[in-house]
Write a new protein. Structure first.
Lengths: 300, 360
């Protein structure tokens, strides 16, 4: 395994074969989705066409984009994922630093509560929180996501706190002591000494927080989109309600050309809703893949 | 020369003695208390978004709640909601049993699969980063609606494999209660495997941290690859296994594909007299107890299983302790005997010759 001698040819061949096979199985749903999304109705019905459509039909995408109100949903999606992510970064880094640097009383209990709050399903706290939000009048607005994120209680915030905690623990304490001798206060030594060296942790938390907020359907539809659908929306929510959205679009559409909903249009809609994240992934692939390594989660 | 050295040693001793009685300094205390400053946001968050909702949610679950434009109307029901859910609700128990069996089945599959992939990626192969890219890809697209859409269109399973044959074969062998989740698992094989993206990376970075020289040493001692896996790799990544299992359970439980979560939401907004906030809160409590039990079960299973090395160390420590205890026992007996003999000798009952033998 880790030794210098070479692996046997047969073993290596097996490993490659397995990896390629499993890789294909992994990508199969995505490939299927891409191929179906380009098919016209004739291609769908033609049983001789399995993978490659006879022509690249972009009409599906046009219909799906129009029914999802793609551009406005995309903008709202970015806001809904981006702003809570920034709040998460600020609050979780401060909390993680507090846990890592100071040996105050009751620290063990705090860690216990953080882990417990991760294990506890959000459904338990969901109903009173819903009532609280409606009392505060922030239901169906982005504030329902921002407020908890600002105080370290956003989606999966315990993980982010632990990532920062783990990271700040690794930075030598001597740096902070040196800063103190040079006359820096506690906060100054936090944001001038510790923060700049925690860049990898920030990247990891930012990426994961963004992706998780983007993909969150349950809480978004409850707090932000609203039961009646009056609040903000996101691409994932639009996909969740794709059938009803599409039907209402097709019935009101001034274009008489809107066909009835078929598989291709559904797949085109699915593709549209993951396309922004896919692009992000391929642009920032290195950051994504190395994120866990660099954040030192496994440092124990 | 000798004198000064002695002095310093005495001084050192005195200093040590003094340090022992010293509590942590004022500076250190003030330093530690500044931690609270950084924790203020978290304290607020826990109070507002954790402690308060938890308490209120429990209170809700004991009440029947009617939601009217004038506000919420409570009628105290004690544990009425819970008994209603457990006895009368047609869906909840079925879904819960389904959830538990499918979770307990799929978590080991996901974690073992992730471990296998991670070990393959840890070998010296070309295109490592390309494969990592593929295996991490699902992490960014696994969200409820997308998975729902894909399974709806039958993209969640491999069409080349005849699923009906597998389902028939399974239901022929196993009882219905087990057969259904297993065939479900086969039907959604790909989407199940898709859950393992983060786990693969966690395992991979754990594997890379294992000291390579351990494998070399094992090889010199004639250890096979199989033995190396069980005695070096597995004990070293054990904390990561626990981490991954917990992560997987939580991920499955909070995924919006999970029907129980949907059930809670629909009963929350149900116009039914018996349902509503209180009923949904009771459901949520039952559900979280089950989730915590599952996490606890896996944690217990993984924590009690000790590696061979740890076992040996423990046994050796135990033997050492036993030995120490025996030695102490003998010492005590010796002291006791000596005292007795002393006493007896004082009374003039025995001669010195017999004592020496007994002393021995």
């Amino acid at each position: 395994m880790g030794t210098k001698d070479k692996e046997g040819f047969l073993k290596l061949f097996m490993v490659y074969a397995l990896l390629i096979c499993i890789g294909f199985i992994y990508l199969y749903p995505i490939l299927h989705m891409v191929s179906v999304s380009f098919m016209s109705l004739d291609d769908l019905l033609d049983s001789s066409i399995k993978w490659i459509p006879s022509s690249f039909n972009l009409a599906n995408y046009k219909q799906a984009a129009a029914s999802m109100k793609f551009w406005s949903s995309l903008g709202q999606s970015i806001l809904l994922a981006g702003i809570p992510t920034i709040c998460n970064l600020i609050s979780c880094s401060v909390i993680g630093y507090g846990l890592a640097r100071f040996n105050f009383r009751g620290k063990g209990i705090c860690m216990g509560i953080i882990i417990l709050s991760y294990v506890l399903p959000s459904q338990v706290t969901m109903i009173p929180t819903y009532v609280l939000y409606s009392k505060l009048g922030i239901l169906n607005s982005i504030w329902a996501f921002i407020l908890p994120a600002m105080v370290g209680q956003g989606i999966n915030a315990p993980i982010f706190i632990l990532i920062f905690w783990q990271f700040f623990r690794q930075i030598p304490k001597v740096l902070n002591e040196a800063a103190k001798i040079d006359g820096a206060g506690y906060f100054e030594s936090f944001y001038k000494v510790s923060l700049p060296s925690a860049k990898p942790a920030f990247i990891t938390v930012a990426l994961f927080s963004f992706v998780w907020y983007w993909n969150e359907a349950y809480l978004t539809s409850l707090y932000v989109h609203g039961f009646t659908g009056t609040g903000m929306t996101s691409l994932v929510i639009q996909l969740q309600n794709f059938t009803s959205n599409y039907n209402s679009y097709a019935s009101t559409s001034t274009l008489s050309a809107a066909p009835s909903l078929n598989e291709s249009i559904k797949m085109a809609g699915t593709m549209l809703s993951i396309l922004p994240l896919l692009l992000l992934y391929f642009v920032l692939q290195k950051q994504f893949v190395e994120s866990i390594d660099r954040a030192g989660i496994t440092g124990e | 020369m000798e004198e000064t050295k002695k002095m310093t040693r005495q001084e050192k001793k005195a200093l040590k003695e003094r340090l022992k009685h010293l509590k942590s300094g004022k500076l250190e205390k003030r330093d530690a208390s500044r931690g609270y400053l950084f924790m203020i946001p978290w304290f607020i968050g826990v109070a507002v978004f954790l402690a308060y909702p938890l308490g209120t949610s429990f209170w809700y679950s004991l009440n029947g709640i009617r939601n009217t434009p004038q506000g919420l109307f409570y009628t105290f029901k004690q544990f009425g909601n819970y008994t209603n859910i457990l006895v009368r609700d047609p869906d909840f128990i079925v879904e819960l049993v389904d959830y538990v069996t499918s979770t307990i089945l799929s978590v080991p599959i996901i974690v073992v699969f992730a471990l296998i992939i991670a070990m393959m990626l840890n070998m010296k192969i070309k295109g490592k980063s390309f494969f990592r890219l593929i295996f991490f890809l699902p992490v960014i697209i696994v969200s409820g609606p997308i998975l729902g859409m894909l399974t709806e269109e039958g993209a969640g399973s491999i069409s080349a494999i005849d699923m009906n044959a597998i389902t028939a074969a399974i239901s022929g062998v196993l009882p219905r209660m087990l057969a259904e989740p297993i065939s479900d698992l086969f039907n959604n094989m790909i989407t199940t495997l898709w859950y393992s993206g983060v786990q693969i990376l966690i395992f991979l970075s754990g594997l890379q941290k294992i000291d390579k020289s351990m494998y070399e040493a094992a090889k010199i001692d004639g250890g096979s690859g199989w033995e190396c896996f069980w005695k070096i790799t597995l004990p070293n990544i054990k904390p990561m296994i626990l981490l991954n299992v917990v992560y997987t359970v939580i991920f499955i439980s909070s995924n919006s594909q999970n029907p129980i979560i949907g059930l809670i939401q629909t009963s929350m907004f149900s116009g039914d007299q018996d349902k509503g906030y209180g009923y949904a809160a009771a459901m949520a409590w039952l559900y979280s107890v089950v989730v915590i039990l599952i996490v606890g079960l896996f944690a217990l299973l993984l924590m009690t299983r000790k590696g061979a090395y740890e076992k040996q160390v423990k046994r050796a420590k135990k033997a050492k302790k036993q030995e120490a205890r025996n030695r102490k026992k003998i010492e005590r007996r010796n002291v006791r005997n000596a005292k007795r003999i002393e006493r007896q000798r004082a009374q003039g009952k025995i001669t010195s010759r017999t004592t020496s033998r007994e002393d021995y």
